[in-house]
Structures are given as C-alpha cells and as structure tokens.
Write a protein that binds this ligand. Sequence first.
Ligand code: GBH
Length: 482
Amino acid sequence: MDRRDFLKTGSVAAAAGALMPAEVAVASAVAAPAPHAFPKGFVWGTATAAYQVEGAWNEDGRLPSVWDTFSKIPGKVRNGDTGDVADDFYHRYKGDVALMKQLGVKGFRFSIAWPRVFPTGGGAPNPKGLDFYKRLLDELHAAAIEPYCTLFHWDLPQALEDKQGGWRSRDTALAFADYAAYCATNLSDRITNWMTINEFRSYIEGGYGNEPHHAPGIHNSRAVVAQTRHYALLAHGLAVQAIRAHAKGKARVGIAEDVHGAMPAIESAEHIRAAEIALRDFNEMYEVPMFEGKYPERYLNGLGADAPKFTAEELRIISAPLDFVGVNIYTTQEVMAADNPDGYVRIPRPATYPRLMADWLFYNPQAIYWTPKLMQKVWGIREMYITENGCSAADTMNAAGQVLDTDRINYLRNYLTQLQRGVSEGVPVKGYFLWSMLDNFEWAKGYAERFGITYVDFKTQKRTPKLSYEFYKTVIQRNGLA
Ligand code: GBH
C-alpha cells in the first residue's frame, strides 16, 4: 500500500503497511506497553452537543431553541452561520458512530435537544424527538460505545424564553426537572451515565450578562444575573433528584462544568496553597454552592443588595452528592501567593503567552494536571471525568486530501501527558472525552473555528479523519503515551 493512502484507510497500521503486514503492525502497537500508561478501564471518549452537530432544526416536531433564534439575528454569529444543518448528525449518526468505533473510543458524550423532546419546553412530549435518541443509543450500544448523556447544552426551548424569560424564571428550573424525569423514565434502559447541565457560566453569564455573546443575548442587571445563576443551580439539583427518582436500574449522575482553573506559577507549598484558594474564589458562583452547600460570604458580600434570594432547602437540593464530576478543561490561570486579603494574585498574561486559534484558549497543558488535582484537594471530589478537552486549529486539507494538524496533536499529546501525570499520582480522573469528534457549529464563531479530530466539509458533509484522529486512535490502542 502507498503510504500516502494511510489517512484514507483510517488505520495507523496501514502506514506501516509497506514495511510489514497490517496485522503485525496492529498487534505490535497493541502489545507494546506504553511507558506513560493509564489505568485499565480508563474511559477514552469523544464529545459533541446537540445544537452543534444535529441540524434538522425543524424536523419531526422540533421547535426552535434560543440558539435557532439568536443565530438568525444578523451580526450575532460569524458569517451569519446557523445550526440549521450543522453536521447533519440527525441523519448521519450511523456513519459517525462507525467512525467512533473505528477510532476505538469506549465512550461518547452527546447531548439531548430539549426542544426535540418537549418542543415548547413542557406540556406534551414529542415521541418522534425521543425516538431519534433511542436510535442513536441503540447504534452506540451495537458498537460497544457507552453513552454519556448531557441533558442541557444550551439549546433552551424558545417558548420558555418567550413565556417566562428563560433561565431568569424559577419555573424554568421546574420545567427542566420535568424534562429530566421524562428522559430518565424513557431512556434509562439505554443510558447509565447522566450529566444535567453543560457549563453554567457560558449560558448564564454569556446569555444574560454583560455584553452577551450567547443566546438569548439579553443584557440584565447584576441582581437578575445573580438570581438566574441560582435558578440554574436549582435546575441542576432538581434534575439530579428527578433522574435518581425515575431511572429504571442503575443511574450515575453528574454534571459537565467549566471549572475555572488556577495553578501555581511556581511549584512550592505557598504557591500551591495560593492556587487552592484561588480555585475556590474563581468558582464561588457555582462550584462552591454545589460542592459545599453554601454561597461564600465573599460572593454574597460582593453582591450586597444584588445577592440572590434562596432558601436552605434549595441549597440542600443544589448540593446533593453526585456520582461524578465532569470538568471541561481547556486552559488555566497562573497565580502567586501574595500578602493581600485574598492570599494570591492572578498573574496577567504576557503578550507572548502561547495560544491556539480561539482567542480565549491559552495553551497550558498543566491545566489538566492542576485543576483536577486541586478539585480533589479543595472539595474532596472522588470521581472525575474530563468531559471536554481539545482545541480549534487552522485546519487545511492538502492536495492529497489530508488534514495534517500537528498543532492539535502537539496540544493533545501534552495535555494527555499532564493528565497521565495526575492520574498516576492518584487524581481520580476516570475518563477523557476529546472535544470534538467532528468539526461543528462553534456557537458565536460559527463554522469558522474547527475543534474536530474529524474534518467536515460543510458543503458536502464529507468526513475526513485528521492526523489527530490517528494520533488519538494510537493513544487509545496503547492506553497511554510514548
Ligand atoms: C466548551 O466551552 C463548550 O461546552 C462547547 O460547546 C464548545 O464548543 C467548546 O467549549 C469549544 O469552545 O468569547 O472570550 O468571552 C468552553 C468554555 C467558555 C470557552 C466561554 C469560551 C467564551 C470566552 N468556553 N468562553 S469569550
């Protein structure tokens, strides 16, 4: 076989095919122990989210979400892109599951579109919407890929926004719990691992805060935003209860959070202590109430009269124990110990700090070492998953039809090396979900930012595994790194 064909075959072994038979290459790849190994049973996975990949925005009874509305407002999304078609995953999921099987992943993190299941957010369910997820789940199980389901990845039914102001209303938290109960009742035969919500901060601060760049894109006062955060937390807590109450059989419930990482600029005890304090402060709005059952004084005092109204019972619901905590990790913030009331300072990033394509994605592989390690220390978290990690890159297809994304491989190799460092020290991370399986609708950046390890030609919907897909496949086969 010609070496140039190796990407088309989707097999690393084939690259060596000119030198030795493919079976021999595969066997030696599997047998060779990786010096930087992960524990047996480590869950290697990939991730996507409904609005970013499904398309079929108005099919089989689905009604608009706030993202359908927002993306159609001129100027809100780069190039006027929308998720109307996206990756057409709604129709192409079988081929995409086959690609995942070929990759060798053990887990797939996806999200359910609330407006497919309850087109107006509540009331009568739409069985046709649910059927899509049954078909997808059956396909995953047939491929021996374990589903990890997120119930809310930002596609709030537009009707709830119109009727009651979306997440600004306590009623939306109650509607979310009903939707969670319905999904648990009807899908728990096919799903064991549940995540309630993806990244509070992104859709609350991003959708309702200052200069909102996410749907619904409505600016609100500080008091309203603080109350909205509280309702989002309550929605999570009520959904945890609802899943546990309605699941038939075993259910493991968690969340996928955008924990804002802190790390010590210098690895000495005082700076590590500073990073622990900073981690808690950086996440005072969501993680502290969820993991400690209280709002920190620092947060409430900072808000003064704008502080949220809440009850002890609500805090108890919000902080119910989880089976696991999912963390989306892309970057981190260096801190130093300081003789000030906080006990630390954030170090401003120098102009030459490395980043990848996204303006916010500062390259620091140690993020995936320190954030879980400090979460274990600060909150005693006993089971974690990296529910997202990856990067966008300036991918181009060469004349031979390959996407040789060595920048993404560099990123992944070094983040995974730091993850292995943590896991080998006993940090309880049980799995890793690479964001993303496919190039997709990157929210306000539209299709201009590609996070996939599979290249998608959005005109033809053709999928081409990138070199990073082959890299990841080898990591999975070896369960570790060289
Ligand atoms: C994740 O968010 C999302 O869960 C996923 O859907 C998304 O595709 C993926 O990351 C890649 O972006 O514009 O400067 O205000 C990651 C965390 C938080 C990163 C919000 C971007 C906006 C920064 N995101 N942040 S800015």
